[in-house]
Design a protein around this ligand. Structure first.
Ligand SMILES: Cc1cc2nc3c(=O)[nH]c(=O)nc-3n(C[C@H](O)[C@H](O)[C@H](O)COP(=O)(O)OP(=O)(O)OC[C@H]3O[C@@H](n4cnc5c(N)ncnc54)[C@H](O)[C@@H]3O)c2cc1C
Length: 441
């Protein structure tokens, strides 16, 4: 039986296609393997180790740009069992490496359940959980990685292990937040949520509404119920046909979110009514899969770069600072300057969780922009710097792994004790430090 482990080198047909990344970063690995079986992953890992090559795990290449240089590395892209298995009776999903969120969200909904996906249905399920997992249900249910039951992995010595709270608990702890630096994950199992319909939606206003909208939203967040998780954004939407006509190519303010209680959802949207006429506003009960596309994240590959930080004890002065950096008169070109609402269950440590089991901050400030050519990249970097500078007075000190893409390391995300524990686990499972990941230790 084929293990699907053939190794492609730069001169092989198929190499150019296999190295493709969603963020369009031009990766130049020494070799590429796209195994379709666990045995194939084992072969690929041993092949790399025998040749003194590093290994970079990847699924979609959403953050390929953040990986170190791959000229001495094998790019390992497992695609194993891409049909998710939903165990309805036990309320969990089993998902193979390489699977994106969309098929999992749809399979869960077909069984009357929902998943802890993030704002994009094209993100890989394994990579998302390895960095925490911030969903639109997070303030009620915490980080997605707290709901992981088990993972199956191939370690740097080429051996297979099934890990959970009782088996290899240290590695299980490290992989829930420490990223792809410790092993290659071949499958993941996680709990599902017992509903298939959610109250959600979005409102868009002209950018001139930015100060009033941010002020109103900020005020609401101070006593918001945990059932609601929402975001505030100032956006420059692309002129693409996929963007609905009334908002296509426009500089707008957006508030979107999901509520796990219809009454809380109604009360939230009632607070937004005083903000004047929205360009578009649509809220109400929707099938759970619609939440995975509600944020309007790109469905097609795009050369984007971003930066983020967590902020805390935010005062009203944030409104002016944020709008000055990203509002209508700022000249900001970012696709989105965003504040994601944190708090609630997200802020309570889960003693059973991994290294990422909570986010210590009130909001995640995040910016993303285009970097298709050097001039555009320089402009985006400048705009990102200005946004980060604007929120810096409230910076919480820690970054959130999945959004920490601006040259951060694990040190920026976790306390020193946890870093020491992660290093010890790496020494045990990957003493030769074969694995490369976007955030090093
Ligand atoms: C448009 C967009 C929206 C996003 N929205 C959210 C959100 O709402 N909430 C949130 O929490 N995050 C969000 N993210 C961040 C996202 O979860 C992380 O970037 C995640 O790492 C992407 O995983 P991937 O597999 O798609 O990307 P890849 O670039 O393929 O992988 C990222 C990293 O994950 C690790 N990895 C992937 N597969 C494996 C494997 N099989 N074994 C071991 N390691 C592996 C590797 O270290 C790899 O470098 C978003 C990202 C984008 C681009």
């Amino acid at each position: 039986m084929s293990t699907g482990s053939s190794i492609l080198s730069p001169s092989d047909a198929g190499y150019a296609e296999a190295k493709f990344a969603f963020d369009l970063h031009d990766q130049k690995p020494a070799a590429i393997s796209t195994p379709t079986t666990v045995a194939g992953v084992q072969e690929a890992v041993r092949w790399a180790r025998e040749r003194g090559l590093k290994i970079a795990n990847q699924a979609t290449g959403h953050v390929a740009v953040a990986l170190p240089d791959l000229e001495d590395a094998l790019l390992l892209k497992p695609a194993i069992g891409l049909e998710p298995v939903i165990d309805h009776a036990e309320g969990f999903a089993r998902v193979g490496a390489g699977t994106r969120w969309r098929p999992v969200v749809e399979a869960a909904a077909a069984n009357g359940m929902a998943t802890m996906h993030g704002s994009s249905a094209t993100v890989g399920v394994v990579g998302y959980h390895l960095g925490g997992g911030l969903s639109f249900y997070a303030r009620q249910h915490g980080l997605a990685c707290n709901m992981v039951r088990a993972m199956e992995v191939v370690t740097a010595d080429g051996e297979v292990a099934r890990i959970d709270r009782d088996n290899e608990p240290d590695l299980f702890w490290a992989l829930r937040g420490g990223g792809g630096l410790f092993a290659t994950v071949t499958a993941i199992e996680f709990d599902l949520l017992p509903f298939a319909e959610v109250y959600g939606g979005a409102s868009f206003w002209p950018v001139e509404t930015a100060e009033a909208a941010l002020s109103t939203w900020l005020d609401w967040t101070r006593s918001a119920p945990e059932s609601v998780t929402s975001t505030f954004r100032i956006v420059n939407l692309p002129p693409f046909e996929s963007v609905p006509e009334p908002i296509r190519g426009k500089n707008l303010v957006v508030i979107d979110g999901a509520a796990l209680d219809n009454g809380d959802g109604d009360a939230f949207t009632a607070r937004l009514e005083g903000l004047g006429d929205p360009v578009i506003s649509q809220w109400g009960p929707m099938p759970a899969p619609a939440v995975s596309t509600m944020h309007g994240d790109p469905e097609d590959p795009v050369p984007a770069i971003g930066n983020s930080t967590t902020i805390d004890e935010v005062g009203d002065e944030l409104v002016e600072a944020f709008v000055e950096a990203a509002g209508g008169d700022s000249g900001c070109s970012l696709i989105a300057a965003e504040l994601r609402q944190l708090g609630g269950a997200l802020r309570r440590p889960d003693p059973e969780g991994g290294v990422a089991n909570m986010i210590d901050g009130e909001f995640l400030a995040f910016g993303v922009g285009l970097a298709a050519e050097p001039g555009m990249k320089a402009k985006t970097e400048g705009d990102l710097d200005r946004l980060m500078e604007a929120v810096s007075p409230w910076e919480g000190g820690r970054q959130y792994y999945n959004f920490a893409v601006g040259g951060a390391t694990c040190h920026d995300c976790y306390p020193e004790d946890d870093i020491e524990a992660l290093k010890a686990i790496r020494r045990e499972y990957d003493p030769e430090e074969l694995y490369l990941a976007p955030l090093d230790l």
